[in-house]
Design a protein around this ligand. Structure first.
Ligand SMILES: [Zn+2]
Length: 311
């Protein structure tokens, strides 16, 4: 198993195999590539680009894909779409300007850094996108609606893979192993032809019920034909530490995911210091580590043992 981090600052953490720098998270801000870190790019989830070009938003019959969380107000009204729980604004994925903008950034990062991870490279959810361009593209394709959406998502990944060339390409998949095709346009087998590995974000500010996360990890591992990583939430930007997962729960969920046979676990944090705090708290959790011995997730316990050398 491999272990990694998913960070919002371009400084790698110690004690893991790989570090991802979120050069463009869904907020839409763009940083500077770090040649010592893999690069994560959120593609069609982009709050900043949406501010500049609200007309590029993805559309459903229940309204556009504006987020509800801390949304920008338009004429004093929250425009967020209540029918869907969108965490960020989602642009239409057939928009040529948005594609070109992202493919250019992916190319620059692939040239300068050891690998690429892409997120939100798919439709916003079921019912998207019914903008006039998407409807026209669908009609002329001759395919049924779900096949056209899946082909659109796969073709975009194919374009990304051509740009990334021989560097590793990690593809993030939202955590729905059953209806991913109908909701986001995921054809798991077709995507596996271009992905080097899949990453399943399992972000939560609490992990009191590891049973569900273990089940999801097991489901994805059984379905996907490339290595599977899961991504766990340690502490995001601007988080109150009291509202982040306790170390005991993080270690427990990591061990229970490890025993499903996944190929790696990634930890999300604002920066390398927050990962270091987590590592320190983990090695101090001797009672929890003792309890987790024998669960079948020894790789996580070995990792924590290795972290002792960092302090
Ligand atoms: Zn569209």
């Amino acid at each position: 198993m491999k272990f990694g981090t998913f960070l919002y600052k371009p400084q790698p953490a110690e004690g893991v195999d790989i570090n991802f720098y979120r050069i463009k998270p869904e907020s839409g801000t763009v940083g500077t590539p770090n040649p010592n870190m893999l690069t994560n790019i959120a593609v069609f989830g982009d709050n900043e680009l949406t501010q500049k070009h609200p007309e590029w938003i993805s559309i459903s019959k229940d309204g556009p894909a504006f987020r509800r969380l801390t949304p920008p107000k338009v004429n004093g009204i929250n425009p967020g779409n209540k029918k869907y729980t969108l965490r960020w604004d989602v642009l239409c994925m057939t928009n040529p300007e948005v594609r070109e903008y992202n493919l250019k950034l992916i190319k620059e990062c692939a040239d300068k850094t050891p690998g690429i991870s892409i997120s939100s490279q798919h439709f916003a959810d079921h019912g998207f996108c019914v903008c006039p361009r998407c409807i026209e593209l669908w009609r002329t394709s001759g395919l049924n609606w779900y096949d056209w959406r899946a082909q659109t998502v796969t073709d975009f990944l194919k374009e990304v893979k051509e740009i990334v060339a021989s560097k590793p390409l990690y593809v993030n998949l939202l955590p729905d192993p059953v209806l991913g095709r109908e909701r986001f346009g995921y054809d798991f087998d077709a995507l596996a032809e271009y992905a080097d590995a899949f990453v399943v974000p399992m972000f939560s500010k609490a992990y009191p019920s590891p049973w569900y996360w273990e089940m999801l990890a097991r489901a994805f591992k059984s379905k996907l034909k490339k290595p599977v990583f899961t991504n766990l939430y340690v502490r995001g930007p601007n988080d109150d530490p009291k509202q982040t997962p306790p170390v005991k729960d993080l270690l427990t969920v990591a061990v229970r995911i490890a025993r499903t046979g996944v190929d790696g676990i990634i930890f999300l944090a604002e920066n390398a210091d927050r990962i270091r705090d987590f590592q320190k708290a983990a090695i101090q959790s001797t009672d929890v580590l003792q309890e987790l011995d024998g669960y079948g997730g020894d790789e996580v316990l070995d990792l924590v043992e290795k972290w002792k050398s960092l302090f």
